[in-house]
Design a protein around this ligand. Structure first.
Ligand code: 5GP
Ligand code: MG
Length: 181
């Protein structure tokens, strides 16, 4: 696979190649499989970025389950209350269900912190979080991923579902912004 790519004029270098991603996600899937035997969990994929990760994770977890999708639209309000996230498209009744939220990356944690609080109000049986990537030094909220792929440094990444202004989602590796960009 390519070690370097460019998108919208910026340079990126490979951080996690496809075999590394696959091996880690296989292990995460096996762990989920053990933990959720007989519980028929609902994997809740956060669109758009998590779609490839979710596709691989659910196939790595050989357990009876359902898969649902939500899109979080967030924007910064003019108020000092900060970011507002909106829940779009949650069409599954999650009452009394064991939910595994599947997210591509946790940066500040703001979006997810807000969403998980909303989700907890819907009468779910349990919530766990599966995240592919975490930037520990960027984290501002007390979030813990129950299933975590990789901790990475606080640099912008693309590929494997993650985009830079619409590009790069289809790349099989994860790339990070080159320092020289
Ligand atoms: P947070 O609310 O945790 O600060 O940001 C979460 C969302 O921002 C992620 O779900 C993702 O969509 C986006 N994001 C955060 N860091 C990155 C990154 O390095 N690359 C890309 N492509 N998106 C990111
Ligand atoms: Mg995302």
């Amino acid at each position: 696979m390519k070690k370097h790519i460019t998108a919208h004029g910026l340079s990126f270098e490979e951080l996690l190649d496809a075999p590394s991603l696959a091996a880690r996600i296989e292990a995460m899937g096996r762990q989920i499989q053990q933990d959720y035997q007989g519980k028929r969990p609902v994997f809740l994929c956060i669109l758009n970025g998590a779609f490839i990760f979710a596709a691989d994770l659910v196939r790595a977890a050989d357990v009876e389950c359902e898969l649902s999708f939500v899109k979080l639209s967030s924007y910064r309000g003019t108020q000092s209350t900060g970011q507002i996230s909106q829940l779009i498209g949650l069409d599954t009744d999650l009452r009394d269900r064991h939910v595994i939220v599947v997210e591509d990356i946790i940066d500040s944690g703001e979006t997810l912190n807000h969403f998980l609080a909303q989700l907890a109000q819907t009468g779910v049986a349990s919530i766990r979080l599966a995240a592919l990537l975490l930037k520990p030094t960027a984290l501002k909220y007390p979030l813990k991923a129950d299933y975590l792929g990789f901790e990475i440094e606080d640099r912008f990444v693309v590929g494997y579902g993650l985009d830079y202004d619409g590009l790069c989602r289809n790349l099989p590796s994860v790339y990070q912004l080159s320092v020289t960009s």
